[in-house]
Design a protein around this ligand. Structure first.
Ligand code: NAD
Length: 469
């Protein structure tokens, strides 16, 4: 399929961004490699488009509902392209397209409350909400479409315009999405820009940008915060996670094993809120390792375009090298691979689904974010020890507790230092919930009405009470 041009700001120069199919390791298409200087004109057009877009909330609602319909209608083009550049199984790409449309539809129907404050003084105040201006959306390569929608749906619903930058590893489906949306949204309300760094850094520091909404790793999040500080631009950072799953001593291992496995391995483990560490009672540890290792050894790994595939490749070569290195370091420190532990022979960025046991707790695969198909299972003796370990990293995105008594599990979940905790499942989110990590996992709140208000500023009007009589 040719790379679409409409809806994206195209580079006038010849430089292109090569896009590799992670299932083959071979380049298959390219996208413009835009220069940072090009952002000046893009942001200025977004600023001009803001004047009309912010003025008519009813027209916005209609346009965003039409946008949701258009995304759904383009599913047969978007999903295969997403699989090709990202690697995930085709069914998961279709699900991602559906979630992209659902987010547009959800935010299309949200409006900010106007609140009157009457506190007995001779004035009363009315709190209204105003849009900010051009918003930058910067997204990673693991869920290019749905994370893009997490940026642009609330920002557009609030009356802002958006400049969206996908990862250089996954620019194509986002460009096609931009093209689809250009057919239903007014011009320059949403612009997709693609290119290598320092394109993102320039976008984050651009003086015409009023809010930088970023999803990505902790180090890049720090760089974005520093860059945005130059223009005192508002930031929302959704960063990495190192979610723990704490299994209680009454857990039914066979009953939860499938759910636990997929909570860790969906999208090849490349999920910010995947289960990245399992803490099992020492008595059940061997049984948990065995149940997970069985699934890791038998799951169908392959190209996402193959209908039988459940687990695709790692998205890119540097990430594959990181997964390989973090696994090797654990094994060198005494860990044992109960399943996997190595790259798969043949082309493409495939890593065997890996279950690690006997892992030293200070090993990077426990303390850092592996972001790949590798899962350490650690034994614990007391529940306090497990909760301390679960809370013992710099991350605070999510966590889960698994057991037969859900109330007891919920009481343990209450002790987790994170933004979202799950009982007997993991990583399911509602569009209507606030999504925010604590500690290094983020700054600001996305999702639900909180996501809308994150793209608005309060505007307060005071009036003398007696003049209103
Ligand atoms: P990354 O931080 O390397 O890149 C994210 C985006 O930032 C990309 O578009 C990249 O091109 C851009 N970028 C790179 N340098 C930049 C700079 N100096 N200034 C501005 N932008 C810059 O992340 P990644 O490797 O693409 O994605 C994986 C990470 O994303 C993981 O850490 C994962 O946990 C995190 N993530 C978090 C969430 C969440 O909601 N909390 C969701 C998905 C992924």
């Amino acid at each position: 399929m040719p790379t679409p041009e409409a809806g994206s700001a195209s580079a006038p120069r010849a430089a292109r961004l090569t896009v590799v199919d992670p299932a083959t390791g071979e380049p298959f298409d390219d996208a413009p490699d835009q220069r940072p200087e090009e952002l000046d004109a893009v942001v200025e057009r977004a600023r001009r488009a803001w004047t009309g877009w912010r003025a008519d909330p009813a027209a916005r609602t209609t346009a965003l509902r039409a946008a949701a319909d258009a995304v759904e209608a383009a599913g047969d083009d978007l999903a295969p392209l997403l699989t090709r550049e990202q690697g995930k199984p085709l069914a998961e790409s279709y699900a991602e397209v559906a979630r992209t449309a659902a987010r547009l539809r959800y935010f299309a129907g949200l409006t900010a409350d106007v609140r009157r404050i009457d506190d007995g003084r001779p004035v009363h105040s009315e709190v209204r909400w105003r849009s900010l201006g051009p918003v930058a959306g910067i997204v990673p390569w693991n869920f290019p479409l749905q994370l893009a929608a997490a940026k642009f749906a609330p920002a557009l619903a609030a009356g802002n315009t958006v400049v969206l930058k996908p990862s250089p590893y996954t620019p194509l489906a986002t460009r096609l999405l931009g093209s689809v949306l250009a057919g239903v949204l007014p011009g320059d309300v949403l612009t997709v820009v693609t290119g290598r760094e320092p394109l993102g850094a320039r976008l984050a520091s651009h003086p015409g940008i009023r809010h930088v909404s970023f999803t990505g790793s902790v180090p890049t999040g720090r760089a974005v915060a520093t860059a945005a500080a130059a223009s005192l631009t508002r930031i929302t950072l959704e960063l990495g996670g190192n979610d723990a799953a704490v299994l209680l001593d009454d857990v039914d291992v066979e009953r939860i094993a499938d759910r636990l496995f997929w909570a860790a391995f969906r999208n090849c483990g490349q999920v910010c809120m995947a289960v990245k560490r399992v803490y099992a009672p020492a008595r059940l540890h061997a049984e948990v390792v065995e149940a997970l290792a069985h699934r890791a050894k038998t799951v169908a790994v392959g190209s996402g375009l193959d209908p039988g595939t459940r687990l695709g490749p790692v998205n890119n070569a540097p990430q594959l090298a990181r997964v390989e290195q973090i696994t090797r370091r654990a094994v060198e420190a005494g860990a044992r691979a109960a399943a996997g532990g190595h790259r798969l022979d043949g082309p493409g960025y495939f890593f065997a689904p890996t279950i690690l046991t006997d892992v030293p707790p200070d090993s990077p695969v426990v303390t850092e974010e592996q972001f790949g198909p590798v899962l350490p299972v650690l034994p614990y003796r007391t529940l306090d020890e497990a909760v301390d370990a679960a809370n013992g990293t710099g991350f605070g995105l999510g966590g889960s507790v698994w057991g037969t008594d859900p109330d007891r599990a919920a009481a343990v979940a209450d002790r987790l230092e994170c933004g979202t905790a799950w009982i007997n499942h993991h990583a399911e989110l509602s569009l209507a919930q606030p999504f925010a990590g604590t500690k290094d996992s983020g700054v600001g709140v996305a999702g639900g009405p909180w996501g809308l208000y994150g793209n608005l500023r309060p505007f307060v009007v005071h009036r003398l009470r007696e003049e209103n009589r």
